[in-house]
Design a protein around this ligand. Structure first.
Ligand SMILES: C[S@@+](CC[C@H](N)C(=O)[O-])C[C@H]1O[C@@H](n2cnc3c(N)ncnc32)[C@H](O)[C@@H]1O
Length: 414
């Protein structure tokens, strides 16, 4: 194992990666094993080959006509047109149990769907609304104008929230409820220029912060600069992709001809590694076909945005900011996120490796069954508000298919 990690580290060194990535992924990533962290740390201690040279390969024909760069105003307009539908709204409102005069923290404003419902629920509540995405922040600013004094928009990441809140003079232990709706918004997914979408062609970007941090690598930087071993590791760790090595090898081969800079280009490279019949052979939790590149896109997005470290930072800040008795509601969309939230709320080690062997998985099912039977679980810091997780109803999935894989966990602070 050690040999493997040393090889991974030194092979990455020869290719190069950024210091920013080192900072992102080394600092106590709760889900990567410590040995992993060391390997990525070493791998990332080199120059910044892509700094100031954002890749702009235009030889790959976009699928949709009229593709062009848009200014911020246009993207805000587009965002308004494709506003995110809030997921499990009824259940979230029930768990938050809104009372007049309360202070809420919406850590993931997005299109503001949940925030607007909270504002409607009681005329006297105020909402502090955070998002790392400048487009979402503009929408929050608009909402703040419509609800004078009731909405406080903040632009930043979960990991920056503590500092932002102290500038607002909001004291630890003063918030009544926190909502964290993890992942991407529909506005991000539906805007090809943001590079999140597998089905719409656009630059392979995936940065939720857009251009706020010019040094931060985008997905194209990662795909074109990291070596095969590091790419495979990312696909395994963040996509739980069984064919990680094969796909990393295909990427390295493809980029030796042309840099991979467009979403459709990456999707084709992944699809090209499988038989045509396998393209939609994978099924999601609801037995719906999913594209064979879905896990690759998820893994890159999570790596670029450092999503698991961010989620952990967000949960810690929620714990600090909530009053005793204050409520935390977290919506997650895949097992890596849900596992982290569950472990955090139950006072378990969030950094422990996922359970892989059959024996370990059986043990996990047994524990989950126990959890279902026992109902509320007490971790010392948190008490669950409901048994296990809540999931969307069939009619909600019909109305809002994007929310089909949502899991809602809610707890109150002791
Ligand atoms: C699923 S959307 C939220 C949708 C929102 N609840 C609504 O009803 O419109 C997730 C949002 O969280 C933001 N986000 C994700 N990670 C973040 C982080 N670490 N810090 C701040 N915002 C984050 C994304 O930019 C995105 O806008």
């Amino acid at each position: 194992m050690k040999m493997h990690l040393r090889k991974l580290a030194s092979s990455c060194l020869t290719r190069g990666a950024t210091k920013t990535m080192a900072c992102q992924h080394v600092s106590a990533c709760p889900t990567l094993r410590s040995s992993w962290r060391v390997a990525l740390d070493v791998a990332c201690r080199v120059s910044q080959p892509w700094k100031g040279s954002r890749l702009s390969y235009s030889g790959f024909a976009p699928m949709e006509p009229g593709h062009q760069d848009r200014g911020k105003d246009d993207s805000t307009i587009l965002a308004e047109q494709t506003l995110h539908k809030p997921v499990m709204l009824k259940e979230v409102l029930q768990c938050l149990d809104i009372q007049p005069g309360q202070v809420f923290l919406d850590m993931t404003f997005g299109g503001g769907g949940h925030t607007k419902a909270i504002l409607r629920a009681s005329p006297e509540v105020t909402v502090v609304a955070l998002d790392r995405d400048p487009t979402a922040f503009s929408l929050a600013q608009q909402l703040a104008k419509e609800h004078s004094g009731r909405v406080h928009p903040l632009l930043g990441r979960f990991s920056e929230l503590g500092a932002l809140l102290s500038r607002l003079r909001l004291q630890p232990g003063s918030v009544d409820a926190v909502l964290l709706d993890a992942g991407c918004s529909s506005m991000q997914m539906d805007c090809p220029e943001r590079g999140f979408s597998l089905s719409k062609d656009g630059p392979l970007d995936m940065r939720m912060d857009a251009d706020r941090y010019p040094d931060m690598p985008c997905a194209a930087d990662v795909v074109n600069a990291l070596d095969q071993q590091a790419l495979a590791s990312i696909l395994t760790a963040y996509g739980e992709e069984r064919h990680a090595r094969k796909l990393a090898s295909a990427m390295v081969e493809a980029r030796s001809v042309y840099p991979i800079t467009r979403t459709q280009q990456l999707a084709s490279v992944v699809a090209g590694s499988f038989a045509a019949s396998a393209l939609y052979a994978r099924k999601d939790r609801h037995q719906r076909p999913s594209h064979v590149a879905t896990k690759t896109f998820q893994a890159l997005r999570m790596f670029v945005n450092d999503e698991l470290n961010e989620l952990h930072a967000g949960l810690c800040t929620a714990q600090t900011m909530l009053k005793p008795g204050g409520r935390l509601c977290v919506l997650t969309f895949h097992s890596l996120e849900d596992r982290l939230v569950k472990r955090f709320l139950h006072g378990e080690d969030v950094g422990a490796p996922p359970r892989r062997s059959l024996r370990q998985r059986v043990q996990q099912w047994e524990e989950e069954e126990e959890e279902e039977k026992d109902g509320e679980k007490d971790s010392g810091h948190w008490v669950d508000l409901q048994r296990g997780v809540l999931m969307p109803q069939a009619e909600d999935i019909l109305e809002n298919p994007r929310g089909r894989s949502a899991k809602l966990r809610a707890a109150f602070k002791q």
